[in-house]
Design a protein around this ligand. Structure first.
Ligand code: SF4
Length: 423
């Protein structure tokens, strides 16, 4: 075992309560959801059935899946894999049907990304690129643990945050290497066998790569073994390839088969259809919740219907009984319009959710006055948050009774320097 469960952070009852399924899968005491999905047989032909019929089948099988998930949570053994196509294959088929009239996210571009040609807001066709993948030691302690979070960074995004702290990959869709499903699966397989506590799919934004990710997970659910050539291809984007990690295959197995929690690390600008697919694949969700209900999502990220979409999706995963934590990045001059309503909504709608109220905003991308990309229209956020703005945010979270201190301050002593939060 990895020692993740031994960390003192699990003594926080809010963290333990919110992430109990994730921890059980990370420690291989339970199978990941994708393993459960492979046990549920499909009752129709995936290639000849209409898309409507596939969605109806997903609704039917999700009910069966949820019953099995609950039984397994209660200690039941994992049933045998389905003979023939399974719910996991159905998810894969639906993701590819969606790609042909893309509606992965609320831009609802309806472009045919399989054929290519006209592109949507994310500027992607069917190909996906990975910028890097590695043992991430910068995530929250319950995700990075002792061995790191197995993070895979995809390029491009469906939002246009002027301050993006990953602007090199979110604004450059051609960054990194184009990958196929087997190379992507090889990345996840390697990271988990090297001890990572989870597979952390992130970008840019991940939902715009839903088809590629479901393809890779479908392989992992079929006892995938990468070839030497695939491992070599995957290694090209492994940012920590010059570090040595002992392989511990047993740390990647449940009942002798590959196992890893799927962590969906996302801006949450996702359609209900994509959320339905993700429901049976995602073991733990990590949504960003950036902007309040006013115009800020438009002026800073050119994203319409932001508040409605993000609140709907977070309320959905809470209603589904999923494991999740929320991130909110405090932005300069946006405490009243963004931080306050975001924290208030969380307190009213999902009060038990652990929240990371983050201090690390820095002017980047189009907000960095030192960059040639700087645009003066973003002068209001071209600085770090002041101490006063951060303390006001944390005080507000405390007054609302939010569970934020463990996630927000576990690194505080390491971060605290003479000027880290002075504007
Ligand atoms: S993922 Fe979103 S932005 Fe990209 S084509 Fe599909 S609907 Fe448009």
């Amino acid at each position: 075992m990895s020692g993740l469960a031994e960390l003192g952070i699990w003594n926080d009852r809010a963290i333990r309560g919110a992430l109990s399924w994730y921890l059980a899968v990370a420690e291989n005491r339970r199978p990941a959801k994708f393993r459960i999905a492979t046990t549920v047989p499909v009752g129709l032909d995936l290639s000849t059935s209409s898309e409507d019929a596939l969605w109806a089948e997903l609704d039917r099988l999700t009910g069966i899946f949820l019953g099995r998930w609950q039984a397994i949570r209660d200690g039941a053994p994992l049933p045998p894999d389905a003979v023939g196509p399974s719910l996991l294959d159905l998810c894969r088929a639906l993701a590819w049907r969606m790609l042909a009239h893309c509606n992965f996210c609320p831009w609802n571009c309806r472009v045919d990304r399989v054929r290519g040609g006209k592109l949507g807001a994310c500027r992607l066709a069917a190909g996906s690129r990975v910028s890097s993948h590695f043992h991430h030691t910068g995530e929250e302690l319950f995700y990075r643990g002792t061995e790191g979070s197995g993070t895979i960074f995809f390029t491009s995004c469906n939002m246009r945050c002027a301050f993006c702290q990953n602007g090199d990959i979110s604004t450059d869709k051609d960054n990194g290497e184009e990958i196929d499903a087997r190379t992507l699966a090889a990345m996840a397989w390697t990271l988990r066998r090297e001890g990572c506590h989870n597979i952390n799919w992130v970008g840019g934004e991940v939902v715009i790569h839903l088809h590629a990710i479901v393809d890779a997970i479908a392989l992992l659910g079929r006892d995938f073994r990468p070839t030497k050539a695939e491992l070599a291809r995957a290694r090209r984007t492994k940012a920590d390839r010059f570090c040595w990690f002992d392989e511990a295959p047993a740390a990647a197995l449940y009942d002798g088969r590959f196992n890893a929690p799927i962590l969906w690390n996302s801006n949450f600008f996702i359609t209900p259809e994509a959320m339905k697919i993700l429901r049976v694949l995602t073991d733990v969700w990590l949504p960003d919740f950036k902007f309040g209900p006013g115009r800020c999502a438009m002026t800073l990220a050119k994203t319409p219907r932001y508040w409605e979409t993000i609140t709907h999706n977070i309320a959905l995963i809470a209603a589904w009984g999923e494991d999740f934590t929320i991130r909110h990045l405090v932005m300069p001059n946006h405490v009243v319009c963004c931080t306050s309503p975001v924290l208030k909504w969380i307190a009213e709608q999902v009060p038990t959710a652990p929240v990371n109220v983050m201090a690390q905003f820095h002017p980047d991308n189009f907000c960095d006055p030192g960059s040639a990309k700087y645009r003066t229209q973003y002068a209001q956020i071209a600085r770090r948050p002041t101490r006063r703005e951060l303390e006001d945010s944390w005080r507000h979270a405390r007054d609302l009774g939010l569970h934020f201190e463990t996630a927000s301050f576990e690194r505080r002593s390491a971060l605290a320097g003479p000027d880290w939060m002075d504007g």
